[in-house]
Design a protein around this ligand. Structure first.
Ligand code: CMC
Length: 430
């Protein structure tokens, strides 16, 4: 392909030459930034054809079902790595050696507690508040507590803010749960691993502590890995946009949590679990498949299809295995929802409607069952997603702040309202 694209405007003989930029993998991009100087904008609702930034962090090939973090396939990271190592990889670009890994874990552990004053925030919420509403509030509130790390132009401040966010998210997520059920908050316990510590803060109580279960902790850790980053999705783009204004990192992550909350983004695993419960029995699957295929019925198979993946979501394969292991461990291998899910997947993958539209199971298809087998209530699923995605958000934010091409994010529009008109006096208004 040529290194420039030629755009002929209004039959002009001389084309506008736009340079074509090449990435390591994936489609080339046409640099349309000179268009504005020529009085033109591009129009691309939903950013279907727009790269808003360049990034070295995550790559997705949706047709092949490939997801790479810093070049490493997600399947290999889920099998051989652990969440904190993946955090280091996303933040720093390389897997840590043993010394760097130990230092990183020590740094994270030194930030797992939240300011005692922050605990008071929870009392301001109703007990039945949606957990994501509380998360948006308390994560944004962190910026009121850590004035020593708010200078976004100082790399040390940025680094400490990243560590604080990754370290405190499990603590805050568990506090949201404990608040909702009226149990005392549990302090973090730093001799436990990241996922173990989260399960400890979720399910232990001061008067009775259970030993960590390594199978369940490993499954939790893998769920965190699978959700750690997913390139320029809606919430990550929100974090970048908020960050482009110079807003502090805690405020930016709070904005990301708000964007994740929507059912078309982070809320699908809860919807999938509810759908499996509604189907109720393997014998009812045919009826639901028929509904999903009916163009006059708005029902969709939750956990199927993806804007980017037009192949099996690579995260879904790992999640399926994790789901199986958790159900075995908790003695629920004959869980009826898992049976329905497996049968539904089998039937859908053989059905021409789903094959021709390239609709495959996505990560949410099995994550709801897995999380509920771990004892996590459905309204907390999106909080778990936010906890895990925090490292992706903060890595992308860091990358953006360091990008010499960074400018405030300011999309333009195609204006379709009134042309200029004279102010209408009251007596002349209809
Ligand atoms: N069940 C039945 N039909 C579907 C489904 C589904 N889940 N998804 C898409 N289709 C059909 C759709 O009706 C359309 O058919 P037709 O061409 O006959 O009109 C065709 O497939 C293309 O659909 P689309 O809406 O143009 O596809 P999209 O890329 O805009 O939507 C999606 C992607 C994820 C919103 C959609 O597949 C969906 O609603 N899935 C269910 C919800 C879900 O599981 N979401 C989780 C996404 S993964 C989490 C994350 O990464 O954030």
């Amino acid at each position: 392909m040529a290194d420039t694209a030629k755009l002929y405007l209004n039959d002009s003989e001389k084309p506008l030459e736009l340079s074509i930029r090449k990435g390591t993998l994936g489609p080339d991009v046409i640099d349309v930034s000179p268009l504005a100087k020529n009085g033109l904008f591009t129009y691309d609702p939903g950013f279907m054809s727009t790269a808003a930034c360049s990034s070295e962090i995550t790559f997705i090939d949706g047709d092949k079902g490939v997801l790479l973090h810093r070049g490493y396939p997600i399947e290999q990271l889920a099998e051989k790595s652990d969440f904190l190592e993946v955090c280091y990889l996303l933040l720093h670009g390389e897997l840590p050696n043993q010394t760097k890994k130990t230092d990183f874990i020590t740094a994270i552990n030194s930030h797992t507690m939240v300011h005692e004053q922050l605990r008071n925030f929870f009392n301001g919420f109703r007990r039945d508040a949606h957990p994501m509403a509380i998360m948006v509030g308390v994560v944004g509130a962190l910026s009121a507590f850590y004035h020593d790390s708010l200078d976004i132009n100082n790399p040390e401040h940025r680094n400490i803010a990243a560590l604080r966010l990754i370290a405190k998210m499990p603590t805050l997520a568990a506090m949201v749960y404990k608040y909702s059920i009226g149990q005392p908050f549990m302090y973090p316990q730093n001799d436990l691993g990241y996922a173990e510590n989260f399960l400890h803060m979720m399910f232990n109580v001061p008067c009775e502590k259970k030993e960590p279960n390594s199978v369940l902790a490993r499954a939790m850790d893998r769920i965190f890995i699978l959700h750690a980053d997913h390139e320029q999705n809606a919430s990550t783009s929100t974090v970048r946009l908020a960050g482009s204004t110079g807003a502090n990192p805690y405020a930016c992550i709070s904005a990301g949590i708000a964007a994740l909350w929507g059912p078309a983004h982070g809320g699908a695993n809860e919807a999938c679990l509810n759908m499996l419960k509604e189907i109720g029995d393997v014998s009812h699957i045919g009826k639901y498949i028929a509904r999903a295929k009916d163009p006059n019925d708005s029902f969709r198979l939750m956990g199927f299809g993806h804007r980017v993946y037009k192949n099996y979501d690579p995260r879904a394969k790992v999640m399926r295995q994790a789901c199986y292991e958790v159900l075995e461990e908790v003695g629920a291998h004959d869980n009826p929802l898992f049976k329905i899910a497996m049968e539904l997947e089998k039937i859908a993958l053989e059905d021409d409607y789903f094959i021709s539209r390239k609709l495959y199971p996505n990560v949410d298809f099995y994550s709801g069952i897995t999380l509920s087998a771990l004892g996590i209530p459905a309204n907390l699923f999106t909080v778990i997603f936010a906890l895990a995605r925090t490292v992706g958000w903060i890595s992308q934010w860091q990358e953006m702040i360091g990008d010499p091409e960074r400018r405030i994010g300011r999309p333009r529009q195609l204006y379709t309202g009134h042309a200029m008109r004279k102010f209408a006096e009251m007596k002349d208004r209809k």
